[in-house]
Design a protein around this ligand. Structure first.
Ligand SMILES: [Cu+2]
Length: 289
């Protein structure tokens, strides 16, 4: 008797399920029909995009605007991917909340990157267009060694067995370029990387190098170890002080748990960054003296 009841319950629920699903079937059918028409008329967003060529893809290097590099007493780096993105930067920097965020980062390495909008060019008529939505990424990076704020580069040997702590705080600022206002600010949870430091060993985390700035003796072989779950790279220029030669250095992609080594044989300075995470200010300096 009980068995029978269960069976009849099941079939009843099956019927009501069909009734529930029926409007959904109609919606899916309509969507597919409209989608088909759009596809035939080449109106889907994907197809519209293929008519455009992101100028930033082809001329990013030429069009990238570095607006400020770090100076003594003001460790901020400001850049925009293009002239239109730079407009968003002006608007953001006049916003009260943005001013408060920037003002609160004194002594820390600040990266302000205007990353949107990308400028688009129509392949057919050459017309240039862009979205009115601008985006600025503000990243603040700072480190501690044995609990003390790390601001002056130390000799690598002096850092051995000390506790290194690297902090990163990121804000995303969205801007309406037409109305010239900030429309929203989101804040990402602070990232912290804590490791026991070893001489000539640079932790390559997400998305920061630790220690970020450090002194070594000529002839030192440094190892960058990727202790994060993302790929990174080491790209920069090794400027040798005696000869004045500038050597381009590129590690290629370093996968998680892999490492890369480089021999600093002459006095000089090596300034580098991870090109994948440059908007997060993922950069470092090696002083060879
Ligand atoms: Cu990286």
């Amino acid at each position: 008797m009980e068995d029978k009841k269960i069976i009849s319950d099941k079939s009843e629920s099956k019927n009501s399920k069909v009734k529930e699903v029926f409007p959904l079937v109609i919606i899916v059918a309509i969507t597919l029909t409209i989608g088909g028409i759009m596809f035939w008329a080449k109106l889907t967003p994907e197809q519209t995009i293929t008519n455009f060529n992101a100028m930033s893809d082809t001329s990013l290097k030429n069009d990238l605007r570095v607006l400020k590099t770090p100076t003594a007493g003001d460790n901020s780096f400001v850049y925009a991917i293009n002239q239109v993105a730079a407009r968003g930067l002006d608007i953001a920097q006049n916003d009260t909340t943005v001013k408060q965020i920037i003002g609160g980062q004194k002594g820390r390495a600040l990266t302000i990157a205007a990353v949107q909008p990308a400028v688009l060019q129509d392949n057919k008529n050459g017309k240039v267009s862009y979205s009115p939505v601008g985006q600025i990424i503000i990243t603040s990076n700072w480190q501690y060694v044995d609990g003390k704020f790390y601001s002056n580069p130390a000799n690598f040997n002096a850092l051995g067995n000390k506790t290194g702590e690297s902090h990163q705080h990121i804000w995303n600022v969205f801007i309406d370029l037409d109305r010239r206002t900030v429309t929203g600010i989101t804040e990402e949870p602070e990232r912290v990387m804590k490791e026991t430091l070893e001489p000539n060993f640079v932790f390559t985390g997400m998305n920061m190098f630790m220690p970020d700035t450090v002194k070594v003796k000529p002839g030192s072989v440094l190892t960058w170890f990727n202790n994060s779950n993302l790929p990174h790279n080491i790209v920069g220029i090794y400027k040798k002080s005696a000869s004045g030669t500038e050597i381009p250095v590129d590690s290629g992609i370093i996968q998680p748990n892999e490492s890369w080594r480089y021999n600093f044989n002459d006095n000089g300075i090596f300034e580098y960054s991870c090109t994948i995470h440059s908007t997060d200010g993922m950069k470092g300096t090696i002083i060879v003296s």
